[in-house]
Ligand binder design. Structure first.
Ligand code: SAM
Ligand code: SF4
Length: 328
């Protein structure tokens, strides 16, 4: 879709917009299913980049301690725990500008992926900039999807990051597409961008060939010490509109209600699910930021009559973890 088409849809009365997005959602997905993903920071802090939202940038004093790449067994332990809690996708994030083939850290990541991919969950990694060789080797090791967010519009991006360019993000995404891995790519709202910036971001995403398999919509977590620490939360109806529009622009994509759910009410999240979000990040922590407690999420999905998607652990025995049935 182009900007004009997106804007025409976006500017409708909210109920007209979500009626259309709900119809698109039900055409391609079971409307009651919500995928739960788990996200682990495998290398935290000390990043060379100056992304204004990020607590892991070494440019800001955020109190996030720099840690080395986690050992394989520690990551495996976290992945097994996530699966036991019902996650069907396990995402691993590293606070790097990028990673290169031929380095010890890349080999360690590949070894980790080979093990984690045996667990039967989708495996997603976000390691920053990569090229065709890295993409090919990650796919061979068992990665399902590579996350690389464009985060905002091409026009607003330089306001947020000065150490790399929007074009460099697209180059990495092209390498991922070429390798045959799925692309997970979305953005952040609430950084001070305009509504048009959000639509321009969506215009870029909806013109990817092939379209992204997964689109995380993050609400800014205003992290103390970052330049965006004082940003107010995004208006809930602006978020719901954006989710509905994402569902219309990318009907087959997983639309993930990602970071920032701690700032949303239960009612706000319910509207997001109705508008087309069909995945959440689950677990008490999201990289370095807080996330709603797993129990609270299960209670919310249960209250809405939504289903959590069964994982291999739950198949055949009707329970995901003790006391936690498929239909939560
Ligand atoms: N370094 C890699 C990169 O930049 O692609 C991967 C890790 S980075 C932390 C992954 C994504 O997390 C970012 O692209 C951004 O969308 C999201 N993110 C990071 N900090 C955030 C915050 N404070 N609020 C919302 N989303 C955030
Ligand atoms: Fe580094 Fe990624 Fe954070 Fe930017 S978003 S500072 S590249 S970890």
């Amino acid at each position: 879709m182009n900007f004009v088409e997106l804007k025409r849809l976006y500017d409708q009365p909210l109920f007209d917009l979500i009626t259309q997005s709900r119809a698109a959602h039900l055409e391609h997905w079971r409307g009651e299913q919500v995928q739960r993903c788990s996200l682990l920071s495998i290398k935290t802090g000390g990043c060379s980049e100056d992304c204004a939202y990020c607590a892991q940038s070494s440019h800001y004093s955020t109190g996030v301690a720099r840690e080395e790449l986690l050992p394989v067994d520690e990551i495996m332990h976290a992945a097994q725990r996530a699966r036991a809690q019902g996650a069907t996708r396990f995402c691993m994030g590293a606070a790097w500008r990028g990673v290169r083939d031929g380095t010890a850290k890349f080999e360690q990541v590949l070894a980790t992926i080979r093990e984690v991919s045996q667990l039967g969950m989708e495996v997603c990694v976000t390691l920053g900039e990569i090229g065709p060789n890295e993409a090919r080797r990650l796919k061979e090791a068992g990665v399902t999807a590579y996350n690389h967010n464009i985060d905002t519009s091409p026009e607003f991006y330089p306001e947020i990051v000065s150490t790399h360019t929007f074009a460099a993000r697209l180059t990495t995404i092209a390498a991922v597409q070429e390798s045959g891995m799925s692309v997970c790519c979305g953005g952040i709202v609430g950084m001070g961008e305009s509504a048009d910036d959000r639509l321009r971001m969506l215009e870029v995403l909806s013109n990817f060939q092939p379209p992204p398999e997964s689109v995380p919509i993050n609400c800014l977590m205003a992290m103390p010490g970052t330049p965006l620490a004082g940003q107010p939360p995004i208006d809930i109806f602006d978020l719901v509109r954006l989710i509905a529009l994402t569902r219309l622009a990318l009907p087959r994509a997983r639309v993930r209600l990602a970071a920032g759910r701690t700032r949303l009410t239960r009612e706000g999240q319910a509207l997001c699910f109705f508008a087309g979000a069909n995945s959440i990040f689950y677990g008490n922590k999201l990289l370095t930021a807080a996330n709603p407690a797993a129990d609270a999420d299960v209670a919310l999905l249960r209250a809405l009559g939504l289903e959590i998607e069964p994982n291999e652990d739950s198949e055949g025995r009707g329970t995901a973890v003790s006391g936690d049935t498929w239909r939560v």
